[in-house]
Design a protein around this ligand. Structure first.
Ligand code: ADP
Ligand code: MG
Length: 340
């Protein structure tokens, strides 16, 4: 007998889960992304103890039937891509088919779902440590509800390394706020221990969503931007140079409705403001970039927050031009300056 053995599925899932499910916010992220991919317009997130005790995400999306519910927990099971070339035109937030398998391996999970067409009854399934523990029929209720209890109950090292509930809650709030700005057309409600901590109305108006995330006064003063070239379409809001913050965390990039982190684009934005910003001060910005999915690679990291653009320089140029034009209108250089 040789020494090598193939891992059983539970162990393999738990190891893979390490990459995907780092903390309660990662569970919230995966569940909310699934709700968005299911075409939901109303998403409710209920937490107990910042999600450490319980996370419930309810949506009004397309739902799943009985057989999908069982498939959903299998590793690499997805309805979003079927071949490698699908990745090039990906419009969904998910595609790896790993989230539910990973969450199901490190928590106790119950999913209730009613398929849109068969509104007379729904189904539920319960999974604990990767194994199916129960399934059956429920009352029909629009969409899907996922209940995640006792996160990391079987991986004590992960549980021990969680931060305070305050910090864990902050991670979740940041994610939901970013996502609401990525999807102004979706209503989001976030509650912790029965206390509402965030609500985005979902009326489709990005300025309104910025008012929900920051203060209404700030949202009123933000300047609308819009521009496009052959490959990119930019739209969103930037703050006038008189309104700044001491951190870059108020600069939000949304690429085809996916919140991403980009030092490069943030640098480009700051540079476009130039001397109008004092040292150590940063603008506030919420900028949507729409482009052909073939021009961006989102499969760089499992959390999909880092992306690679194929026409990076062209995009940087468009952002610079758009911001500078807008700031110029705000504060035109006096004519005399050219005459001297
Ligand atoms: P992925 O999102 O990468 O496909 P997941 O493990 O997150 O993988 O989900 C597996 C599948 O379960 C999805 O492809 C989708 O078909 C289905 N699913 C998960 N959550 C929902 C939901 N809230 N509403 C409808 N279908 C869902
Ligand atoms: Mg998913």
């Amino acid at each position: 007998m040789g020494k090598i053995k193939q891992m059983d599925e539970t162990l393999a899932n738990q190891i893979a889960a390490g990459e995907i499910v780092e903390r309660p916010a990662s569970v919230v992220k995966e569940l909310v992304e699934n709700a968005i991919d299911a075409g939901s317009t109303d998403i409710v997130i209920l937490l107990k103890e910042a999600g450490i005790q319980q996370i419930i995400v309810s949506d009004n999306g397309e739902g799943m039937d009985e057989s999908d519910l069982e498939m959903a927990f299998l590793p690499h099971a997805t309805s979003k891509i079927f071949r490698l070339s699908d990745l090039q035109r990906i419009h969904s937030l998910g595609f790896r088919g790993e989230a539910l398998a990973s969450i199901g391996s490190v928590a106790k999970v119950r999913i209730e779902s009613t398929l849109k067409e068969s509104a007379d009854k729904g189904h539920f399934i319960e999974v604990e440590g990767s194994s199916l523990s129960n399934k059956g029929i429920t009352k029909a209720k629009s969409g899907t509800t996922v209940i995640v209890d006792s996160l990391f109950y079987n991986t004590p090292a992960r549980l021990k390394h969680l931060s305070s509930t305050k910090t864990e809650l902050k991670h979740i709030l940041n994610f939901i706020q970013d996502t609401s700005m990525a999807h102004p057309e979706i209503r989001f409600q976030l509650t912790n221990n029965d206390q509402r901590i965030f609500l985005a109305y979902g009326n489709g108006d990005l300025r309104q969503t910025i008012a929900n995330v920051y203060q209404p006064q700030l949202a009123r003063e933000m300047i609308a931007i819009q521009n496009e070239d052959n490959d990119f379409n930019l739209e969103g809001f930037i703050s006038p140079p008189s309104i700044t913050r001491t951190s870059r965390q108020y600069i939000h990039w949304l690429v085809n409705h996916r919140p991403i982190k980009s030092n490069l684009l943030t640098q480009v934005l700051i540079k476009a403001y130039g001397k109008q910003l004092m040292i150590g001060r940063y603008p506030i910005a919420v900028i949507h970039i729409h482009l052909d999915p073939r021009l961006v690679d989102v499969n760089v990291h499992p959390n999909k927050q880092t992306v690679r653009f194929s026409k990076e320089e062209e995009l940087a140029q468009l952002i610079t031009e758009t911001i500078q034009k807008q700031l110029m209108q705000l504060n035109p250089v006096p004519k005399a300056a050219f005459n001297e």
